[in-house]
Design a binder for this molecule. Structure first.
Ligand SMILES: [Mn+2]
Length: 307
């Protein structure tokens, strides 16, 4: 891996302009990773002009300052670095395709072949952990912004070190992050939801239904990205089940379907139904609620075979 890190940083060192791209429905990991990486590049190579292009942040992360206005002209002369995103489909700003070349730093299943260099595969629970590993292995200089951003990245993507199989390395990364003035209580206060939002997410997970190994809840109305992620987390934590499915409207025509599991590979289910994600946390989009029983049936069938 260190070889790949060195190649990436060599490529970075050769640039005048870099744009870091984040994913659709941005979360703490894509936001934290992009901000930490931008800062690390600025510290090591102050002459490089680094920008971030992405969608609006969830309201509890609005204090994080990352997104820039990036012109078409700027992108054309830039190296693109895609973070926490496996594919162009999942990239918010499709102008990434106009960049000189694309490097990917991600922790989902390998996908696509348009990358000049890529870190990929579902091996660590947060992309932020890869950035931490780079800092340690390459002895990169960092500052408080980097640490705060990586805290958000690792903490949120593991739901507080409880999901996605955090390893010894993940705990080590967290221990490194939570030192020199970065303290957990303070950070938890920074990413906390408002009392109204907390009430709203409680409402989103009430009255779940059970079908075989699947516990599911359907919200036949629009749920903002601010609430989607915390609601799926709460759903998973509040009830006991093998598989969890959280459904809500994404817009007039589409539904967002979030899968969680304790250990069953729901990324396979998601990709079978046109989506993707991680082993224990994945998702897809459907255009019709009638598809849901088929998904549940598929999971229960597959699990029977497994058992
Ligand atoms: Mn992630």
């Amino acid at each position: 891996m260190i070889n790949l890190y060195e190649k990436i940083w060599k490529k970075i060192s050769e640039q005048e302009r870099i744009v870091i791209f984040t994913h659709v429905h941005p979360d703490g990991d894509t936001i934290g990773t992009s901000i930490a990486l931008k800062e690390l590049i600025k510290i090591k190579y102050p002459k490089i002009d680094v920008k971030i292009s992405g969608d609006k942040y969830p309201s509890n992360l609005l204090w994080m300052k990352g997104n820039d206005n990036v012109s078409n002209e700027f992108i054309k002369h830039s190296l693109a670095i895609l973070v926490d995103t496996s594919s162009i489909t999942r990239t918010f700003d499709k102008r990434i395709l106009n960049a000189k070349e694309i490097i990917k730093i991600d922790h989902h299943h390998p996908e696509g072949n348009q990358w000049s260099l890529a870190i990929e595969g579902d091996t660590v629970p947060a992309t932020g952990q890869i950035i931490w590993d780079m800092i340690i292995k390459l002895e990169l200089k960092y500052n408080e912004i980097v640490k705060e951003a990586l805290w958000v990245s690792i903490w949120t993507d593991t739901s507080g070190l409880s999901e996605r199989n955090p390893s010894k390395e993940t705990f080590k990364a967290m221990e490194w992050v939570e030192s020199d003035g970065i303290n957990r209580k303070n950070m938890l206060g920074k990413i906390d939801l408002s009392p109204i939002q907390k009430k709203e997410i409680l409402n989103l997970v009430k009255n779940p239904k059970k079908d075989g190994n699947v516990l599911y809840v359907i919200n036949d109305f629009f749920v903002s990205n601010d609430l989607y992620r915390p609601a799926t987390e709460l759903f998973y934590k509040k009830y006991e089940s093998e598989i969890y499915i959280f459904v809500c409207k994404l817009n007039e025509k589409l539904y967002r379907v979030g899968f969680r599991s304790k250990e069953y590979d729901v990324s396979k289910v998601a990709s079978y139904f046109g989506g993707g994600g991680h082993l224990t946390s994945s998702g897809t989009i459907i255009n019709n609620l009638e598809k849901l029983p088929k998904i549940i049936e598929y999971i229960n069938d597959k699990m029977k075979i497994k058992v």
